[in-house]
Ligand binder design. Structure first.
Ligand code: 4AD
Length: 471
């Protein structure tokens, strides 16, 4: 053990040194002050009579350089260990950092065996490699940057809606509706409910209930009383896919606006949200975002600049199919009017538009759920629905105007045998109904798009997907 640390440990805790975050220490102008830093050692180097440590505490990508006497060099002081340090913050003689901490006391709080620790000093591990350690990956630079960015992006999105007069609605996680009708529901029942004593009605809520696939229908309820509402919460889909852009549990940002005049209102909102949030991230998390653009997705920064600077393209679904058909690209799925766009088609369309995001509007009526507004055009019957396609992921947002005309909605629900289930939804159209519409944006796909991250599992603290629910 380190006799110095142990003998001084009492003093360490009695010290009046101000507890300081690394981020604040790095930007501090008060050199000469006595501070206390608690964090994890990112590197240890000994030189002459000094020991140089880099200490991180999660508050910033850049670590704080700590200079200590090499008498302290102990077996416990290794890469990855947790430390509690007191010292004087001084101007650094090196050009690499403006300040450094000249330590008077260093205490190892938690040891870290560097042989067993999966991350190695000075090595840049791939996102794929660190993904194998969901309980430890937050200790790497890349993933701690990701988590700071994710946290800041959440704030940016909430600020955007607050600044634009939206009311946040906590839509329920457990629901009895299948908004999208795509059959990707996780059913909810108490564990062991198969032994329910009520054989007639074994459901906990009396009706089958599910984890939400979208808060849209609940937002539509609120659109009957507010001009603009949004929700931003966990969303669940039993997608049986191993793709790089699907999770079983993800976060969705959903907005609904009342008194819409055309689809254009929604396009404006999506474009503005995307640009404003991204600008915020680039200015508030510059260092963390740069780590991604430099080491994870070189060349991606230019695409982000296009998102910020260019006006997004708008094409109709029919035009999109024409473009795909006319291209010389060999697609796995042959593009045909009436078929859903596949990821390969979406990515092609974004490339075709010079890597500038593109809205695809007016999808075939039959492809869209019951709520989409009928364009009543013939013979190519379409709905006023839109997807926003972006680089890296393809579809980032999906939205539509909602069918507010009771007769049309009634006919469609009846055709799908849903009249009874959605009687309440139909009733919304009978009491002061207004034209309205909204969209959903996948939050993890948004992060993929801004950071250039190839696999969605690297944008969420704990990823859940089919056959994988670690921790
Ligand atoms: O296009 P989707 O299915 O739209 C809706 O759910 C509408 N009810 C939203 C609304 O109008 N309020 O989903 C919206 C977005 C997609 O564009 C995608 O970005 C994301 O949610 N998303 C997923 N993200 C990760 N994993 C999944 N399994 C996702 N499914 C959808």
């Amino acid at each position: 053990g380190c006799s110095l640390c142990i003998s001084l440990s009492k003093q360490l805790y009695c010290s009046s040194a101000r507890r300081t975050r690394v981020r604040d220490a790095l930007s501090s102008l008060e050199t000469g002050s006595s501070i206390r830093i608690q964090g994890w050692v990112r590197s240890v180097r000994s030189q002459k009579n000094n020991l140089f440590l880099h200490v991180s505490d999660g508050s910033s990508l850049q670590p704080l350089q700590v200079v200590a006497s090499s008498d302290l060099n102990t077996r416990e002081l290794t890469f990855g260990c947790a430390v509690d340090i007191i010292g004087s913050l001084e101007k650094s003689p090196s050009k690499k950092q403006s300040v450094e901490l000249q330590a008077s006391h260093v205490k190892v709080i938690g040891e870290c065996n560097p042989v067993d620790f999966p991350f190695k000093i000075k090595e840049r591990h791939s996102l794929e490699y660190i993904r194998q350690y969901p309980h430890l990956r937050c200790r790497t630079n890349a993933f701690s940057s990701l988590l700071r960015i994710r946290s800041e992006a959440t704030s940016a999105i909430h600020s955007y809606f607050r600044d634009n007069g939206f009311v946040q609605i906590h839509t329920p996680i457990i629901t009895s509706n299948d908004c999208e009708g795509a059959g990707e529901l996780f059913q909810v029942e108490p564990a062991g409910n198969e032994h329910s004593s009520d054989k007639e009605n074994p459901h906990f809520f009396s009706v089958p209930s599910y984890l939400t696939v979208s808060g849209q229908l609940h937002l539509e309820v609120m659109a009957g009383a507010f001009p603009a509402v949004y929700t931003f919460g966990p969303t669940f889909r039993a997608e049986n896919s191993q793709s790089r852009r699907h999770l079983a549990e993800f976060y969705m940002v959903e907005a609904e606006i009342s008194f819409t005049e055309s689809l254009e209102d929604l396009l404006k909102l999506m474009e503005d949200l995307l640009k404003t949030s991204t600008e915020h991230l680039l200015s508030h998390c510059a260092e963390d975002v740069e780590l991604f653009h430099k080491y994870v997705s070189p060349g991606h920064r230019e695409k982000v600049d296009l998102i910020l600077k260019r006006k997004f393209n708008v094409i109709s679904y029919t035009e999109a199919i024409d473009i795909l058909k006319r291209s010389s690209q060999q697609f796995i799925y042959k593009p045909e009017w009436g078929c859903d766009l596949q990821t390969e088609h979406e990515k092609f369309l974004v490339k075709h538009c010079g890597d500038v995001p593109v809205f695809v509007t007016d999808y075939p009526y039959d492809l869209k759920p019951f709520y989409a507004r009928d364009n009543q055009d013939q013979p190519q019957h379409t709905a006023a629905a839109v997807d926003l396609l972006v680089p890296i992921v393809g579809e980032l947002c999906g939205g539509s105007l909602r069918e507010e005309r009771p007769e049309l909605l009634k006919t469609r629900l009846a055709g799908a045998g849903l009249e009874e289930t959605y009687a309440w939804y139909l009733q919304l159209r009978e009491f002061g109904s207004v034209p309205h519409g909204g969209f959903g944006m996948g939050f993890e796909r948004y992060l993929q798009c801004v950071l250039g991250v190839d696999n969605i599992k690297d944008t969420i603290p704990f990823a859940r997907s089919s056959r994988s629910c670690l921790l």
